[in-house]
Design a protein around this ligand. Structure first.
Ligand SMILES: [Zn+2]
Length: 109
């Protein structure tokens, strides 16, 4: 059984499989050109998704920050807890998506 590399996720896979078990990338019946195009499209899709998700996360963080800034809830109210919580969560989510995006771009050769 020969091993080859998945053109989409670069993991080692058997050359006999029709579909990558890691990323479900379809390998069978495609020319090298088609495979490259497909892998590029998949990566583009993934990066678009990451970009829009990070924008959403940033929006949540900004909305929570705006609420905190304008309403200035008391530190022991649930409003304060919720807005600080979503601000932190939004920022963390944003950073996670951005880091994933950087790794995705790095894989592109
Ligand atoms: Zn794969």
């Amino acid at each position: 059984m020969a091993l080859t590399q998945c053109p989409s996720c670069n993991k080692r896979i058997s050359s006999k499989v029709k579909e990558c078990p890691h990323c479900q990338f379809v390998l069978a019946g495609q020319s090298k050109d088609e495979m490259e195009r497909e892998s590029h499209r998949l990566r583009q899709e993934k990066s678009d998704k990451l970009v829009s998700r990070s924008m959403l996360a940033l929006l949540i963080a900004i909305a929570a920050f705006t609420y905190l800034f304008l309403q200035q809830p008391m530190p022991d109210t649930w409003q304060y807890g919720v807005s600080v919580g979503s601000m932190v969560a939004g920022l963390v989510w944003f950073v996670i998506n951005r880091v994933q995006l950087v790794f995705l771009k790095k894989k592109k050769r």
